[in-house]
Design a protein around this ligand. Structure first.
Ligand SMILES: *[C@@H]1O[C@H](CO)[C@@H](O)[C@H](O)[C@H]1NC(C)=O
Ligand SMILES: *[C@@H]1O[C@H](CO)[C@@H](O)[C@H](O)[C@H]1NC(C)=O
Ligand SMILES: *[C@@H]1O[C@H](CO)[C@@H](O)[C@H](O)[C@H]1NC(C)=O
Length: 348
């Protein structure tokens, strides 16, 4: 067949050039269809369905360039009088050595809720301020949901909670006597010598259980309902945020374990925190002066209130979550750190 065709070639010469043009055109068209067909198919496929080969051919997706260590932003929206200063002091002591920045968020008059214009500028600023990264931001502000602001990479939230009555008593004496951290600063209620017990008996405003409504709204966030003392919705929202939006929430009573988990998980910032916490006296330094423990009667009276019960509910919830997280580090034998790896990777 082929031989015949070759023998016929000289005879067919005029029509041969036409045949050649025809075949070339056919090949070109078919090639284009095939090529555009593949592209169209890929464009219609969701990214997750692209095969490994296809992803490799087109290069890594832009998000893969993101450097999680150097872009790390940790946001610690500290609740007043939960031992937060001790923790932040370690961060300041080690920021130069570990090469990260620590920034205090100073809001007018210590307001815990940001205005709408401040919300958007804060969120954009934290996200875009690359010279500060990696960074630890800290301030007495309620949880702010970054996902409402068109932000691609949300910061990592951390926090500490404390037993609500301890926190209230600490705050009460702090306002009157200050602490050994800034001993010469005259506090709001300096000179007021009424003890917390007396305050409770006299039903004064400063020891009103409503003042305990603070950890719930801090975790609940910027919604109006969060700041309604006694709101069940606020408590539920606080719990949901605590597990869904926070990377880690520790308890003041177990600061070392909090620091330990952070150092193990996010060493880019928290490397060396454990050792510093154990060896430096500065980290234990802030102690409210002249603090009298409340009497049995006071404790009983406070524990009867709805606000204490709800705040305590959140505290217990946070504690259970923290204990659970701690246990998982070493389970099942409590001697070795949990490991994980990949295997059965196919195709080879
Ligand atoms: C926050 O800023 C105000 C105004 O500049 C200043 O007076 C205040 O001391 C600052 N607060 C803290 C805790 O540094
Ligand atoms: C963030 O705010 C600070 C202080 O206002 C400013 O100096 C800095 O340029 C801002 N950064 C960005 C990226 O907006
Ligand atoms: C901490 O305090 C103890 C005694 O109060 C002292 O012996 C020790 O040297 C101090 N450590 C540091 C790191 O300052």
């Amino acid at each position: 067949m082929l031989k015949q065709l070759v023998r016929m070639l000289p005879l067919l010469r005029p029509s041969l050039s036409w045949l050649f043009v025809l075949i070339s055109m056919c090949l070109l068209t078919c090639g284009y269809w095939l090529w555009s067909g593949i592209r169209l198919e890929n464009a219609l496929k969701p990214l997750s369905k692209l095969t490994v080969e296809q992803v490799q051919v087109s290069g890594p997706a832009p998000t893969d360039v993101y450097d999680y260590e150097e872009q790390l932003v940790v946001l610690y929206n500290r609740v007043p009088k939960t031992g937060s200063t001790s923790f932040v002091n370690i961060a300041y002591d080690l920021c130069k050595l570990n090469k990260y920045h620590v920034l205090h968020i100073n809001v007018t008059a210590n307001m815990h809720v940001l205005s709408l214009p401040n919300q958007i500028s804060f969120v954009r600023n934290v996200t875009k301020w690359h010279e500060m990264k990696p960074a630890l931001y800290h301030g007495h502000m309620a949880f702010l949901d970054f996902s409402k602001f068109q932000i691609a990479h949300k910061p990592i939230y951390i926090n500490l909670v404390r037993k609500p009555l301890d926190r209230l008593v600490s705050y009460y004496y702090f306002l009157r006597f200050g602490d050994n951290y800034r001993p010469n600063l005259v506090r709001k209620k300096a000179g007021n010598k009424i003890t917390f017990d007396e305050c409770v008996v006299q039903k004064q405003a400063d020891c009103d259980p409503k003042n305990m409504w603070l950890q719930i709204p801090f975790f609940c966030g910027h919604a109006a309902e969060c700041w309604e003392p006694g709101s069940v919705w606020a408590l539920d929202q606080a719990k949901r945020n605590l597990v869904n939006e926070y990377f880690l929430v520790g308890v003041t009573e177990q600061m070392y374990d909090f620091v330990d988990l952070l150092e193990r998980s996010l060493p880019r910032i928290f490397h060396g925190f454990r050792e510093h916490y154990q060896n430096s006296n500065k980290s234990h330094l802030r102690v409210t002066s002249s603090k009298l423990p409340p009497s049995e009667a006071t404790i009983k009276a406070i524990q009867k209130t709805k606000i204490w019960q709800m705040e305590n509910d959140l505290y217990e919830f946070a504690l259970a979550q923290f204990e659970f997280t701690k246990r998982k580090l070493m389970q099942p034998d409590n001697k070795h750190l949990q490991k994980f790896m990949y295997e059965k990777i196919r195709p080879k």
